[in-house]
Design a protein around this ligand. Sequence first.
Ligand SMILES: [Zn+2]
Length: 134
Amino acid sequence: MPFWHRAFASFEVEWRPNIMKKIADMRRGKMLAQGGRCYYCDLPMWDQRLAVETHPQTEGKHPSKALLCTAEHLNPRSEGGGNGADNIVAACWFCNTTRHRRKRPQSPQQFKTHVMKRMRQGRWLRATVQQHLL
Ligand SMILES: [Zn+2]
């Protein structure tokens, strides 16, 4: 096998899991720093590894995928945002995917304002999840 094939293979095998693990660790760190709450909607999130600590009543299981803790890139990777700690916050799956589903994602601050307004109107996640979780 030519050298560059081997190099590429090990790049694929070793580099990706490392960066994924690094991001996962960063996400868990941010989640704890944010008191377990979503950066945007402020609802309590869950993480497979942290589920038991943050939501003992669920015993590690959780009813809502929407509140799964995800790593949110404030400046999206598609626009040159990096994987550094200053560009990553912990946001729930729902807020994360909703923000990035837009053609031109709002800035984090714009999106947060939008989410908080919807939350006050009872038109964001709370209405659907509070009976399961809070
Ligand atoms: Zn959220």
